[in-house]
Design a protein around this ligand. Structure first.
Ligand code: PGA
Length: 254
């Protein structure tokens, strides 16, 4: 029912030229594949060239890593939703833990961005996840509920259906330490239950929830076959076309 969505979050890696050669290699690797929806999320500067390439590849869409919520104005260094739409960007990652931790983004700010993205017909990939300290204190449910309620405040059910949630435990990002499939499934089920409370059960059942945090070709299949895991947000392993293609293939329906 929920089509799997596998996204490559390149973070601050890959020039535009490197992105173009990645896409050439990925096309070769994915020849016989028609499974999941693929989203390539490069740096802002690579969006124009990748947009041209991706517009010709069915099943692959373009995403951005961040945006500012105002449509224009004196916000030096920021990029608006409208600017992203100019390159046919379909998705935008919001509330990534690197933005929350390094750049101090709060649920309130993320909520403004989520609303501005919808107003511009961009689909947010909203990231939530607990730190190691919070998990060790058994507080991950509390943290996830707070992030979801804060970041999704004021959205209607229709907008929720056009939103993807990415569960990314901070302790698993870039550390090589993945959540076990059981830990991830448990958190995803909790996220879906919380969405049912905020919206309604039918909406919650349709929302796609990605897992992110050290997803690699050798752990992707087990994670992606959990009942509430509908895709992956891949950082490190998405920089290599072969690894990324293997993760996409792991999402294939049996
Ligand atoms: P990682 O990053 O796959 O390198 O852990 C995931 C992410 O931050 O989206």
């Amino acid at each position: 029912m929920r089509k799997k969505i596998i996204a490559a979050n390149w973070k601050m890696n890959m020039t535009s030229g490197e992105g173009v050669s990645f896409m050439e290699d990925l096309k070769l690797e994915l020849k016989n594949f028609d499974g999941a929806e693929i989203v390539i999320i490069p740096s802002f500067t690579a969006l124009p060239r990748l947009s041209e390439i991706i517009s010709e590849l069915p099943g692959i869409t373009l995403g951005a890593q961040n945006m500012w919520h105002e449509p224009s104005g004196a916000f030096t260094g920021e990029v608006s939703a409208g600017m992203l739409r100019e390159f046919f960007t379909r998705y935008v990652v919001l509330g990534h833990s690197e933005r929350r931790i390094i750049f101090g983004e709060t649920d309130e700010l993320v909520n403004k961005k989520v609303k501005a993205a919808h107003a511009a017909s961009l689909r947010p990939i909203l990231c939530v996840g607990e730190t190691l300290e919070e998990r060790d204190a058994d507080r991950h449910h509390e943290v996830l509920a707070k992030q979801l309620k804060g970041s999704l405040a004021g959205l209607d059910a229709e907008q929720m259906l056009d939103t993807v949630i990415a569960y990314e435990p901070v302790w698993a990002i870039g550390t090589g330490r993945t959540a076990t499939p059981e830990q991830a499934q448990e958190a995803h089920a909790f996220i879906r239950k919380t969405l049912a409370e905020i919206f309604d059960p039918a909406t919650a059942a349709k929302v796609r929830i990605q897992y992110g945090g050290s997803v690699k070709p050798d752990n992707a299949k087990e994670l992606l076959h959990q009942p509430d895991i509908d895709g992956a947000l891949v950082g490190g392993a998405s920089l290599d076309p072969r690894s990324f293609a293997k993760i996409v293939q792991a999402a294939a329906r049996k």
